[in-house]
Design a protein around this ligand. Structure first.
Ligand code: PRX
Length: 657
């Protein structure tokens, strides 16, 4: 007997754990629960299994070199090339299979499919083009592009010649681009003329050029052509700008031997937000990162070569790097890329794509799932989603109600859900269930993956009791970890290790990684991530630094001081709330409010757009003069105010309420 809709909802609402569906387990890549014990017993050699998923030119001598903590090194002595691992080695058996299935914004223009051979050829041609422009191994190439195939082509071309890429999310502002190019001392930029958003062409090159004007060194730019004739913005390329198609045509049929890279050589840099106004350049390496993304794609996303795997993230963030490009291509599967938004032309766009391409996995963000829930079940119900085998989420906590909605209305109760906790810095997944071997508990990401020693500890660094809130830590290194912050070893140690490590010690056991997340753990070892404990706001699964936003606001003439906090938001998870003190004589008008909002969009991008701007004569401050953000957060969340006794000026909060 099947349940009626209300009965089903009522039954599900009470259920707090779910077993992996049998149909999934039958064919899952990992099903043996013993894997946890095996990895524990074999650590760190267990990670050879990840390295074995790759082709090495020179095999490594040592799995882990922990002689200089926290500068851990993995697979030392080994050499390989990431582009060869994602392309060349698949050619014999899978050369004619699809590597990238690109779904453009719905226009009359055809979507594009790249077989492994075609992708290999385009990557070679672009690699030859980059060389001609002067790019050499270890030069940082900045890629400022939306979700078009030229982005993964450029990434793999960089990897092929040993030039680390630094992808800047296309939604970021000109200023954000300039800051990142400047920080990485990057002289090469690959970008495009524009792209479509909800059917309308957007000018992207204009933004890129505005950014370039603020870069203090000389630059060379390649511009891909995404807009169709007539939709262009009439750009004429300058002397330092090269047309993508011409560059490719000049190197048609070229082959470029993949450059042999040391396992520890940098594969890419990714700038992410932190506690200060200056973004952090997270450095990932060739051997450890690629092993980690391949292993987790196989064990957690259950990727198999014959799959059509769909991750709806943007490649401008780490999720797209690890789980659209490197992990899936290393495993030789078909990876999908969708250019548009889930609600255009209608709110069933993702389901239409899943049905049309018979996608086997869907990996998306809780913020998207909350939007799907709000739009209603009629949209997924219109489509046959039975090709799906597995669902995943990433980027922020997923509440049990959204989890169950996803499970029922998208997965048809036949797909396990992996709620994957990880960060830009971890390179890939760290805490989540193995979908073929573990019970799922909606709301909890899961136990740490085999071989990962994540623990929830109190301020003293000791593990907390089950059910108590504490701080998430990782007690042992792992191959996918960041190696340092680009050109800033000191900040690397300070930001991630100082809190819980004995920083004078040479003993690797004295070093503990701190991801700056709060968490709790239950009696079965399942971790529920509670959110950031630093000054980072997580808007729709994207990380923004409150300090970066504050510095944009105080840059507006007429602003004396500003405080930015994250507050709960029904759809976005968190949103940006700002409190602003104006200078004497500055009128607190709606127009001024808009000016502040525009300044934030200019400095960072529309994603950082403040939800509200509250003018206030004073900000709540401690006696030592620090802004009490916690109180502002309580205010933004309409919560009971926490302890105000340490305030220098308690009356301020009353006025703000
Ligand atoms: O707070 C955690 C949250 O996202 C942060 C990392 O953000 P970013 O580096 O941009 O990477 C996002 C994609 C991996 C984490 O510190 N976060 C990520 N995944 C989860 C999560 N919070 C709860 N549950 C998750 N599954």
């Amino acid at each position: 007997m099947t349940d009626s809709e209300p009965q089903l909802e009522a039954r599900l609402a009470e259920q707090d754990s779910f077993e992996p569906p049998e149909t999934f387990v039958e064919d899952a890549n990992v099903t043996d629960p013993e894997i946890y014990e095996t990895f524990e017993a074999e650590w760190p050699d267990c990670w050879e299994r990840a390295a074995e998923l790759l082709d090495w030119e020179e095999s490594y001598d040592q799995v882990l070199d922990d002689s200089n903590p926290p500068f851990f090194e993995w697979f030392t002595g080994g050499s390989l090339n990431a582009s060869a691992n994602c392309l060349d080695r698949h050619l014999d058996e899978r050369g004619d299979e699809t590597a990238i299935e690109w779904v453009g914004e719905p226009t009359e223009e055809a979507n594009r499919t790249y077989t492994y051979r075609e992708l290999h050829d385009r990557v070679n041609e672009f690699a030859a083009g980059l060389r001609e422009l002067g790019v050499e191994a270890d030069d940082v190439v900045t890629l400022y592009m939306p979700m078009i195939p030229e982005l993964p082509i450029a990434m793999l071309a960089c990897a092929r010649i040993g030039a680390p890429h630094s992808v800047v999310f296309a939604g970021f502002s000109a200023e954000a681009l300039a800051t990142r190019m400047e920080a990485a001392d990057s002289s090469y930029l690959v970008t495009c003329d524009g792209y479509y958003r909800r059917g309308d062409p957007l000018d992207h090159l204009d933004k890129a050029e505005t950014g370039l004007a603020d870069v203090s060194h000389e630059t060379t730019t390649v511009v891909a052509d995404r807009l169709r004739d007539g939709d262009g913005f009439g750009h004429d390329l300058g002397p330092d700008e090269y047309d993508w198609d011409e560059l490719m045509a000049a190197h048609e049929g070229a082959t470029v031997d993949p450059v042999s890279r040391d396992a520890e050589d940098m594969l890419f840099l990714m700038y992410t937000s932190g506690t200060t106004g200056q973004p952090k350049g997270v450095k990932h390496t060739t051997g450890g990162y690629l092993s980690w993304t391949a292993w987790t794609s196989q064990a957690v996303l259950d990727v198999k070569p014959e799959d059509t795997y769909f991750c709806s993230a943007d490649i401008g963030w780490i999720t797209g790097h690890s789980y659209i490009v490197y992990g899936p291509l290393a495993l030789g599967t078909t990876t999908m890329m969708y250019e548009g938004t889930p609600d255009y032309p209608e709110q069933d766009r993702l389901w239409e794509i899943v049905e049309e391409y018979e996608a086997t996995q869907l990996y998306t963000a809780p913020t998207a799932i909350r939007a799907f829930m709000k739009w209603g079940t009629e949209y997924p119900d219109r489509h046959d989603l039975s090709s799906l085998r597995l669902l995943g989420t990433v980027g922020e906590p997923i509440n049990p109600r959204a989890w169950k909605w996803y499970y029922t209305h998208v997965g048809g109760e036949e797909c396990p859900i992996v709620d994957t906790w990880w960060q830009t810095e971890t390179g890939g997944m760290m805490v989540t269930t193995l979908p073929g071997a573990k019970t799922m508990k909606p709301g909890a990401a899961g136990p740490p993956l085999p071989g990962v020693d994540a623990q929830v500890v109190g301020p003293d660094g000791e593990p907390v009791e089950a059910g108590q809130a504490g701080y998430l830590t990782v007690q042992r290194p792992w191959p996918g970890m960041l190696r340092t912050l680009y050109r800033n070893d000191e900040r690397y140690v300070q930001e991630y290790w100082a809190e819980y490590s004995d920083t004078d010690s040479d003993d690797p056991d004295d070093w503990v990684y701190f991801p700056e997340d709060g968490a709790k753990v239950d009696e079965d070892g399942y971790v529920t991530v509670l959110g950031r404990v630093d000054d980072v706001v997580n808007v729709s699964g994207h990380r923004l630094g409150t300090m970066e936003i504050e510095s944009a606001i105080v840059g507006v003439e007429g602003v004396a001081e500003a405080a930015v906090v994250g507050g709960d938001h029904e759809m976005k998870g968190e949103a940006v709330y700002t409190y602003v003190i104006t200078e004497d004589g500055q009128a607190e008008t709606e127009a001024f409010r808009e000016e502040i909002v525009a300044a934030v969009e200019d400095a960072i991008g529309p994603i950082a757009r403040p939800e509200s701007v509250v003018f206030t004569p004073e900000l709540p401050k401690t006696r030592s003069g620090k802004i009490m953000r916690r109180l502002l957060e309580d205010l933004a969340n309409d919560e009971e105010l926490g302890d105000t006794s340490t305030l220098r000026n308690p009356e301020v909060v009353e006025n703000l309420e």
